[in-house]
Design a protein around this ligand. Structure first.
Ligand code: ACO
Length: 324
């Protein structure tokens, strides 16, 4: 027998305001066709002026608790992945903790940009498997609209706001890849690639919030190779084959990256959860948003094997295998 982190429920939240490619093309030298062809994105959600990352994260967390049938006061760990915190400090996770009415245990943020959810899942899974916590909320919540340069057509068309959450609880089971729960996580970073994707501001550099800067082609090139490596590591470690995967729930940055990952695994497109068309890239929120959509609409069922993979600024990248 082994301690496993079982996923008991999930939740998501998207701000009400939708910004279409058509609307963007009225403000910028871009077009619906260009954005759709290069990225697969048709629209994105944008947080209201009075909505903060913690509000998005709290809404997703509440839904995850409800779906799992767990009270907030049973939660003893909150890990929030975000690169767009409400404030420089305290952690957005502590704001969420307060908003959902949880007062026990520990709450903190982790920052791995678009890989944030996979990193947060890994951290929470380790806490649970070591017995340091029993019930964890793993949240990805972002308001990337606040760090975009809305004059830069090369970046501002790619991102959106949103949040997703998964409720994990430690339980004993056989601990094999056939048993339920988080099977493994693989995390990587390589800080030499800072200049390919970063925000040109921060408390200790220039005291500004800054704007996202990206060399799109360079990121694309690395994303395809590195996520493939992370997927291979996950399958190899668990002695699984690509054909064992029921669902790929990838980070949603670009449909071309997603399709190339699916092709490599020989996964039919019906087995790949895609939200990038409607959500755009919501960074750390993109995987839990996609996961929750497919769980809620009944595509993902209990016992299904889910592969998650992501890559983001840093670079950071990684993969996770979860049996729902
Ligand atoms: N509308 C119209 N034209 C545009 C736009 C736009 N929104 N943005 C750029 N262009 C122009 C460029 O100026 C360039 O024009 P030029 O040839 O006259 O110089 C032309 O389109 C081609 O630009 P590229 O940057 O070479 O286009 P590319 O095919 O590489 O597509 C894109 C750009 C979509 C950003 C792609 O590189 C990409 O998706 N990269 C991955 C980036 C990513 O996903 N980042 C998210 C964070 S990390 C992650 O999540 C994996």
């Amino acid at each position: 027998m082994a301690l496993r982190s079982l996923a008991l429920g999930c939740g998501s939240y998207l701000p009400a305001q939708v910004l279409t490619n058509e609307e963007l093309s009225q403000r910028l030298q871009t077009s619906d066709i260009w954005i759709r062809k290069r990225t697969g994105i048709c629209q994105r959600h944008i947080a209201a002026d009075d909505e903060m990352t913690s509000d998005l994260g709290s809404a997703a967390a509440r839904q995850a608790l409800e779906q799992a049938g767990i009270d907030a006061d049973e939660v003893d760990l909150i890990v929030c992945a975000t690169s767009t915190p409400d404030e420089t400090f305290p952690a957005t996770a502590t704001r969420i903790q307060e908003q959902i009415g949880c007062t026990r245990g520990a709450a903190f943020d982790i920052q791995a940009v678009c890989s944030g959810f996979v990193f947060a899942l890994s951290v929470a899974d380790n806490f649970l498997r070591l017995g340091q916590a029993r019930t964890a909320l793993v949240i990805g919540a972002e308001t990337f609209s606040r760090i975009l340069d809305w004059e830069d057509r090369g970046t501002c068309v790619l991102f959106g706001d949103g949040a997703g959450a998964v409720l994990l609880r430690a339980a004993e089971n056989g601990g094999t890849p056939q048993d339920a729960g988080v099977i493994s996580t693989h995390l990587y970073s390589d800080g030499r690639h800072h200049d390919a994707l970063y925000v040109d501001g921060g408390p200790s550099s220039n005291g500004q919030v800054g704007h996202l800067r990206m060399e799109g082609k360079e990121v694309f090139r690395h994303a395809v190779v590195r996520m493939a490596d992370a997927i291979d590591a996950a399958l190899e470690k668990n002695d699984l084959k690509a054909s064992d995967i029921d669902w790929m729930v990838p980070h949603q940055a670009n449909i071309r990256i997603i399709e190339s990952m699916a092709k490599r695994l020989d996964l039919p497109k019906e087995r790949v959860v895609v939200t990038v068309d409607r959500h755009a890239n919501t960074s750390a929120a993109s995987i839990p948003l996609a996961l929750c959509e497919a769980v809620t609409d009944g595509r993902i069922k209990r016992g299904d094997l889910i592969l998650m993979e992501a890559m983001g600024g840093g670079f950071t990248w990684g993969s996770a295998l979860l049996r729902w």
